[in-house]
Design a protein around this ligand. Structure first.
Ligand code: ZN
Length: 490
């Protein structure tokens, strides 16, 4: 275990806290994964990349991390409410296939997208439908503690009763009175004592396909229950980090806390961590809002709002260029800007790999490395880390031009710093196209310097021939005072 100064912003205390895991060097992290009823979009990529960064950095610091990210395959009803059709069952009905075929198909697609984004696999990826027995057990426990009631074959969490002894709203900062006043009375909710109560178990309607036997009815678990159950099962009744998108803070995570406190008598999580949303022209992005662009469409450039394809590493870099607690607004301009930045960083890094040690060290490599660590220790501040890595490019260029130098040891540690922070921590990968582009660019530099020599010897026939031959393959040469420039024609 290395010494570290990591601080994490805790949504529960609403301030940054020093990271002190319950059981070092072990630490546990639970993150709410996708409901698999359609292709992943940019809004799914953000929590995945955010908590991948957290996972990677905790490992980098030497922690043994058990990372649990669930798959929701049952119980997530439309509009996140206790009424309406199950999102997966609805897709199965529309496509006339078995619900678990929908789950398998979109889980595989999700994994494919995550692999392309270089998101590491979680240690455990449990499914809600694989934990029905444990969910029934937890409902029994909450009932026996008196914080739930049965009504018409369904079981509801008694929010009012809970709030008299504990605080329903501790995470979101909401007050129960306000919640009750603003909760809409939805159809099919008459069986609740109070509109703020939420389902722990729902009796299945005759047309509902996904159903399991229980002491109360044939039915299915409420959406919030699975995460309490699977978090407890794999990480214990009290664990270090629980993450997810800000949109899950209420009611999902608020209800998770209430369920765990009601069943186990203790608050389940030490650090609650939430990533902010991705907006599209300032508007929230979401499948239910109809403005979500799938990741596959981004990779293929296949959407009316996209000017061109954007590679997975470009998307990853774009997400990491904003701090996870800031909103991130999508635009073609922003993505193209971050694409340039990504290429610049990667080519500076490959240049660094080719530099030779020389003389004395003209700058402090340890101080540079400390700045990188400080950025990440400050609540995983990836944009500051990236800015620091960009800052180092002037040293890389100085080294290349011979204006600066590093000893063998310092050069090695400068390289290691770049390598570790770019690949291990930020999880970026060099793109194949980039390396080809780089090869073309070094070839062109070679051709242009030969041509420069030919011109200096006043062999204009040969120099024009080189220019014309290149023009034939659509490469244009422009002679300027500083030398020749080249570009690929339209
Ligand atoms: Zn969850």
């Amino acid at each position: 275990m290395k010494e570290n100064n990591l601080t994490i912003y805790n949504s529960l205390s609403r301030k940054k806290e020093k990271f002190e895991p319950l059981n070092p060097p072990f630490t546990g992290m639970y993150v709410c994964g996708p409901t698999v009823y359609g292709d992943a979009h940019l809004g799914h990529a953000r929590p995945a990349v955010t908590f991948d960064l957290v996972f990677r950095y905790l490992k980098f610091l030497g922690y043994k991390v058990r990372y649990v990210r669930n798959i929701t395959d049952v119980g997530h009803l439309e509009n996140d409410a206790d009424a309406g059709e199950d999102k997966i069952a609805k897709r199965a009905r529309l496509e006339q296939i078995e619900p678990m075929e929908v789950v398998q198909y979109y889980t595989d697609r999700y994994h494919g997208d995550m692999d392309l984004l270089n998101v590491m696999k979680p240690s455990i990826e449990p499914r809600a439908s694989g934990h029905i027995i444990e969910q029934i057990e937890m409902v029994k426990k909450i009932l026996s503690q008196g914080f739930a009631y049965e009504s018409e074959g369904s079981v509801y969490f008694d929010v009012t009763k809970y709030n008299n002894e504990h605080h329903y709203g501790i995470l979101s900062g909401r007050k129960l009175e306000d919640m009750i006043a603003t909760t809409r009375e939805l159809e099919g909710q008459e069986e609740k004592k109070n509109p703020a109560d939420f389902a722990l178990w729902k009796k299945a309607q005759p047309e509902h396909i996904m159903r399991w036997p229980s002491p109360w009815s044939e039915g299915f678990p409420g959406w919030h229950l699975e995460c309490s159950v699977m978090g407890t099962k794999y990480l214990g009744e009290h664990f270090d980090i629980h993450g997810g998108g800000m949109d899950l803070l209420f009611p999902h995570h608020e209800s998770e806390i209430a369920q765990s406190v009601a069943a186990n008598g203790r608050h389940p999580v030490k650090y609650w961590v939430h990533n902010n949303m991705i907006t599209l022209n300032g508007q929230k992005m979401g499948k239910s809002l109809g403005n979500a662009i799938s990741l596959q469409d981004f990779f293929a450039g296949n959407h009316r709002l996209l000017e061109k394809p954007y590679s997975p590493m470009n998307i990853r870099f774009f997400i990491l260029q904003a701090h996870y607690r800031s909103t991130l607004d999508f635009s073609n301009e922003a993505l193209q800007g971050s694409e340039k930045g990504f290429r610049r960083l990667m080519s500076a890094y490959s240049l660094l790999e080719k530099i030779k040690p020389a003389g004395n060290s003209t700058f402090d490599v340890n101080a540079f490395r400390s700045r990188c660590l400080e950025a990440m220790d400050d609540d995983f501040n990836s944009p500051v880390l990236i800015a620091t890595l960009f800052d180092g490019i002037k040293h890389i260029n100085g080294l290349k031009e011979g204006k600066e130098s590093l000893t063998q040891n310092d050069l090695e540690s400068f390289r290691t710093t770049y390598r570790e922070f770019i690949f291990d921590v930020l999880g970026l990968l060099p793109e194949e196209d980039d390396s080809k582009g780089e090869l073309v660019s070094s070839l062109m530099q070679t051709i242009l310097s030969v041509r420069q020599k030919v011109r200096a010897e006043k062999n204009f026939a040969l120099s024009d021939m080189i220019r014309d031959e290149l023009a034939r393959i659509n490469i244009k040469i422009k002679d300027t005072k500083e030398g020749a420039e080249w570009e690929i024609g339209e």
